[in-house]
Design a protein around this ligand. Structure first.
Ligand SMILES: Nc1ncnc2c1ncn2[C@@H]1O[C@H](COP(=O)(O)OP(=O)(O)O)[C@@H](O)[C@H]1O
Ligand SMILES: [Mg+2]
Length: 271
């Protein structure tokens, strides 16, 4: 059964989308069947894997508001083992529509929970993949709440900067609330340090403070700040296709290996 990992941090610009694209593509290259779910109305994960917004017949928005099925909305990307459930600007209207749908269902006495829409849909296709990676928007609104309800775990990218831990308590509280209300088994998959500028004392200080907070949940892999990683999305390619021999490719492959290893160990300890 597929493991659903939500990439979450309500701060914008911390590397959620870059990590979603490149972790998903790296898992694919390591022979895992992967679905990347773009849950951000900006649709940057969609364009980042080479899918043109004009070519999207049906997106996650239509799936959430029950205008089309998840099967007909998932598309294959050019990357190995990587499929995509795309997003488009219309996703920004999902919250209002979901409230409206809930009202309609109530009026005819049918059950409907707007927080569980993504979970209900992903449950239908979960068995077709080994990993499902959800790129969340930079807020803790209804879309992120849907991701927290649907996910097995959350991966938190944290930018190596002075205010890195700002907002983290609010995020932890939101995760705990999701555990209490809708998803008791929701786990923290790991914490990823991103955009480290080489050879700065500030970077090292930030790493220390994040490690003392999150302890062993912090991945050994740290993503360096690299121009190539910022350039790749405008070419519609994950880093391992845009610049196969770059440090960015190596970093995200190492992250994917750590993710696989952590999950392998868990399965063994259960069995
Ligand atoms: N490791 C990195 N090195 C250099 N630029 C990066 C790196 N990771 C992300 N970026 C750039 O920083 C910006 C924010 O990253 P993004 O992944 O879109 O963050 P988020 O999804 O959290 O808003 C983007 O322009 C992206 O290209
Ligand atoms: Mg993003």
């Amino acid at each position: 059964m597929g493991k659903i990992i939500a990439i979450v941090n309500q701060k914008g610009g911390v590397g959620k989308t870059t990590t979603s694209i490149n972790l998903a593509a790296s898992l694919g290259v390591l022979n895992k069947k992967v679905l990347l779910v773009d849950l951000d109305p900006q649709g940057n994960a969609t364009t980042g894997v080479g899918v043109d917004k004009g070519d999207i017949a049906s997106s996650i928005y239509e799936v959430l508001v029950m205008k089309s099925t998840i099967d007909e909305s998932i598309i294959k990307t050019k990357s190995k083992n990587l499929s995509l459930l795309p997003a488009y600007l219309n996703l920004a209207g999902a919250e209002m529509e979901l409230i409206e749908l809930e009202r309609k269902f109530k009026s005819i006495d049918k059950p409907f929970n707007r927080v569980l829409r993504l979970k209900e849909e992903l449950d239908k296709i979960k068995n077709n993949y080994e990993y499902i990676i959800i790129d969340c928007p930079p807020s803790l609104g209804i879309l992120t709440t849907n991701a927290l309800a649907a996910a097995d775990s959350v991966l938190i990218p944290v930018q190596c900067e002075y205010f890195a831990l700002e907002g983290i308590m609010q995020l932890i509280n939101t995760i705990m609330l999701a555990q209490k209300k809708v998803n008791p088994n929701l786990d923290i998959e790991g914490v990823l340090l991103t955009m480290l500028t080489a050879n700065t004392n500030l970077g090292l200080e930030v790493i220390e403070s994040i490690k003392s907070f999150f302890k062993e949940r912090v991945y050994n892999t740290i993503i360096p700040r690299l121009i190539r990683l910022a350039e790749a999305p405008s070419h519609g390619k994950p880093i391992l296709e845009y610049e196969p021999r770059s440090k960015g490719t190596l970093a995200y492959l190492n992250l994917a290996k750590e993710v696989i290893e952590r999950n392998g160990t868990k399965e063994e300890s259960i069995g």
